[in-house]
Design a protein around this ligand. Structure first.
Ligand code: PMP
Length: 352
C-alpha cells in the first residue's frame, strides 16, 4: 500500500445492472420502461436552441420544480429535483442522516442504501423482512437516526399500505422518514398526501420508470418547505447546477402529459398481470408485485441457471447473489411481445 492510500476514502461501490448494447435483445434487467417517453419530450428537445447552452442553467431548476409542483398541486418550495432519484437520495442521506443513532432500512431492499450509508459513514441497521418479504412496521418502532424504505419495495415489488406508513411515521416523529417511490405509479399508494401532516416525511420519485426517462436522469423529492430548504442547502454546497437545460425542458414536458403517462402505465400493469398468470402456470411463485417487475422463484429450476439460460438467448433479467434472495429472478415488465418471447422460451426450457 502506498502512503497516500491512507487518505483515500475507500468504499464498496454500488454495482448497477448491466447495460448491454445489442441490436436484438430483450432487456428486462433494470426496470426501464419499454415505451418511449411522451412525444412532448421529443418536441421539447427539438425546440431547444443550442445557443442557450452558453449560459449556466437555472440553479433553482424552476421550470421543472414548477411542473412537478403543478402536477401534484404543491408550491415549488415543496419540490426538489436532481440527477435521477439516486442523486436525490444521496443528497437526502447526506442532509438528513447525520445523527449518531443507526438509520433503519430493510435487509432486502434497494442495494444502494447501504452503499450511501457507508460512503457517508452513517451507521445503519437492517431489520429483516418477514419470511414472505413483507415489512413489519413494528421493526421501525425502535430508537434510530432516520428511516428509509421503498414503496413498493425493491426488488420484491411488494407495496405497503398507507396505514402502515402512517404507523411508521407516528413512531418516528423525531427523525426524517424517506419513502422511495421509484415504482409507486405502477400500483402502490403514494405517501404524498401525508407530507402536509408530517413535516419530517420526504417522498422521493423518479422519471426513470413510469415516465420512460432513465436516459435523461431526473428524480424529485416532495416534502415540507423546511425539509426542502435543508436539502437545497446541501445541494448548493455540493453542486449548484445539477440539472442541465435540456433535462429541465424534457422533464417539464414529460410530466405535463398526463394522458400519455396514464396510457403507458396502464399497458405495463396489464402486461404484468398477464405475465404473472403465465409464470404461475410454469411453476413460478412470487409476491403480488405492484411495480414494473416481478420477483419470482421457480419450484425446481435454480434461479441462477435460468438467468444464465436466458442470457444465452439475449434475454436479460436481474439475478442477485445475496442471502435470502439468491433463488429469485427480478424480471422487468416489457412489451406484450417481449414477455411472450420470454414465456415461450421458459416453457421450452423448463419442459426439457
Ligand atoms: N430507488 C429504487 C428503489 C430503484 O430501484 C432505483 C432504480 N435503480 C432508484 C431509486 C434510482 O433510480 P433513478 O436514479 O434512475 O431515478
Amino acid at each position: 500500500m502506498r502512503q497516500w492510500e491512507k487518505h483515500v476514502r475507500r468504499v464498496e461501490p454500488y454495482v448497477p445492472g448491466e447495460q448491454p448494447r445489442e441490436e436484438r435483445m430483450i432487456k428486462l434487467n433494470t426496470n426501464e420502461n419499454p415505451y418511449p417517453p411522451s412525444p412532448r419530450v421529443e418536441k421539447a428537445l427539438r425546440e431547444l436552441r443550442a445557443d442557450t447552452l452558453r449560459l449556466y442553467p437555472d440553479p433553482e431548476a424552476a421550470l421543472l420544480t414548477q411542473a412537478v409542483g403543478d402536477y401534484y398541486g404543491l408550491p415549488r418550495e415543496q419540490v426538489f429535483v436532481g440527477v435521477g432519484s439516486d442523486d436525490v437520495l444521496a443528497m437526502a442521506f447526506l442532509t438528513f442522516f447525520n445523527g449518531q443513532e443507526p438509520i433503519l432500512f430493510p435487509d432486502i431492499t434497494y442495494s444502494f442504501y447501504d452503499v450511501w450509508a457507508n460512503l457517508f459513514r452513517i451507521p445503519y441497521e437492517q431489520p429483516p423482512l418477514r419470511e414472505d418479504f413483507t415489512l413489519d412496521p413494528e421493526d421501525y418502532y425502535r430508537e434510530n437516526g432516520g428511516v428509509i424504505f421503498p414503496n413498493p419495495n425493491a426488488p420484491t415489488g411488494l407495496g405497503l399500505e398507507l396505514s402502515a406508513i402512517r404507523d411508521i411515521l407516528d413512531h418516528n416523529r423525531d427523525v426524517v422518514v424517506i419513502v422511495d417511490e421509484a415504482y409507486v405509479d405502477f400500483g402502490a399508494q403514494s405517501a404524498l398526501p401525508l407530507i402536509e401532516e408530517y413535516d419530517n416525511l420526504l417522498v422521493v420519485q423518479t422519471f426513470s420508470k413510469s415516465r420512460s426517462l432513465a436516459g435523461m436522469r431526473i428524480g424529485c423529492a416532495m416534502g415540507s418547505p423546511r425539509l426542502i430548504r435543508y436539502l437545497n442547502d446541501v445541494k448548493y454546497s455540493f453542486n449548484s447546477y445539477t440539472m442541465d437545460a435540456a433535462t429541465l425542458a424534457a422533464g417539464a414536458a414529460a410530466i405535463s402529459d398526463r394522458e400519455y403517462f396514464r396510457e403507458t402505465v396502464e399497458k405495463i400493469v396489464k402486461t404484468r398481470e398477464w405475465t404473472k398468470d403465465e409464470l404461475r402456470k410454469l411453476g413460478f411463485s412470487f409476491g403480488d408485485s405492484q411495480a414494473n417487475f416481478i420477483f419470482a422463484t421457480h419450484q425446481s429450476c435454480p434461479a441462477r441457471e435460468l438467468y444464465e439460460a436466458l442470457r444465452r438467448e439475449h434475454i436479460y433479467v436481474r439475478y442477485f447473489n445475496k442471502p435470502r434472495i439468491d433463488n429469485y429472478l427480478r424480471i422487468t415488465v416489457g412489451t406484450d411481445q417481449e414477455m411472450a418471447v420470454l414465456i415461450d422460451f421458459l416453457k421450452t426450457y423448463l419442459e426439457k
